[in-house]
Design a protein around this ligand. Structure first.
Ligand SMILES: CC/C=C\C/C=C\C/C=C\CC/C=C/CC(=O)SCCNC(=O)CCNC(=O)[C@H](O)C(C)(C)COP(=O)(O)OP(=O)(O)OC[C@H]1O[C@@H](n2cnc3c(N)ncnc32)[C@H](O)[C@@H]1OP(=O)(O)O
Length: 279
């Protein structure tokens, strides 16, 4: 069903007619003819390292390779954390070459998910800050689990960094300019009800219902004739994607220079130490 890719460790099994492939960092399954499920599976917090970003991109492309598949649900193996965003250790005293490649992988992941021919539904289980919010916003529809302690948003400024221009653009497209000014400037993380009120997400559901609701939504999108649906998506999204494709290496340079600054490094170092309490 899903062709294996050289890059990824992959094993296959058939459970109750469901083809499922387990790989490093992601699991891809196809519970119905037209809908695939991509599970983020990088403990402890699904942070996006270069390898994780590459694995997610490869799995999306693999799902797209099945002509019958029209929709994709993006979920987490962790019921409390969708994704903690970029792997901050990638940006902490990095080797320059690795840092640049890491950013190219993040750009590619965004372009792959945001520009997918598939209708994409994010089943946001728990926390989804920064790069986690990027993943969610790159989808066509967002369902988030209830629980006011769960947070979603772009908190970069609180780490002493700024979101790249294309993530800012995506945020503005999703919630509008004024709310984006507040959200970005304050590094605001929204509870599910707050996120719903600013249209950052589309639905809040009980934890136990999130996959069922996301699957149902995906089935609805999958029934729309793809020609018009995909053409509409391209019209809405291509301008932003074309701009990034054009500026990719410029953006890599901005990212590298920004991250390598001494002040940025101090901020990232301090933030990393504050996390988990063990570093
Ligand atoms: C003018 C501008 C010009 C140019 C700009 C150009 C480019 C832009 C430049 C930079 C852009 C960079 C973009 C960044 C986007 C990001 O995604 S940055 C990442 C932001 N993420 C976060 O802030 C989330 C941090 N994590 C948390 O808040 C919590 O971990 C979370 C609520 C998700 C879960 O909490 P909990 O269950 O209590 O877990 P712990 O906090 O105990 O964490 C468990 C271990 O995981 C480690 N960890 C957590 N998050 C990350 C992470 N994002 N990366 C790496 N590691 C992480 C944590 O340290 C613990 O590790 P330990 O067990 O201590 O070893």
């Amino acid at each position: 069903m899903f062709a294996s890719r050289g890059l990824l460790r992959s094993s296959r099994r058939l459970v109750g007619g469901i083809s499922s492939a387990t790989r490093t960092y992601v699991n891809l399954s196809k519970p119905s003819t037209s809908v695939a499920v991509l599970e983020l599976d990088r403990a402890p917090v699904n942070s996006l390292s270069k390898e994780m970003a590459d694995a997610v991109s490869a799995a999306i492309k693999e799902a797209e390779g099945d002509d019958k598949v029209q929709a994709l649900v993006l979920k987490s193996s962790n019921p409390k954390i969708f994704s903690a965003g970029l792997d901050i250790t990638e940006m902490n005293n990095p080797e320059v070459e690795r840092l640049e490649d890491f950013w190219r992988s993040i750009q590619d992941l965004f372009l792959t998910l945001y520009g997918s021919r598939l209708s994409t539904v994010a089943a946001i289980e728990g926390h989804s800050p920064a790069g986690g919010c990027l993943l969610a916003m790159s989808c066509d529809y967002r369902v988030m689990t209830e629980g006011e302690n769960f947070k979603i948003g772009l908190n970069e400024t609180k780490l002493g960094i700024a979101a790249p221009y294309w993530l800012k653009d995506l945020f503005v497209k999703t919630i509008g300019n004024r709310e984006a000014e507040l959200g970005l400037g304050l590094g605001k993380l929204y509870s599910p009800s707050e996120a719903l009120s600013v249209n950052l997400i589309d639905e809040v559901v009980k934890n136990e219902d999130v996959l069922e609701v996301a699957m149902k939504e995906a089935e609805t999108w999958a029934k729309i004739p793809p020609k018009g649906r995909v053409a509409s998506k391209v019209m809405l999204r291509s301008e932003m994607m074309d701009e990034l494709r054009e500026k990719k290496e410029l953006d890599v340079g901005w990212f590298r220079d920004f991250i390598m600054e001494e002040g940025t490094q101090k901020g990232i170092d301090a933030y990393l130490k504050s996390l988990g309490g063990k570093k």
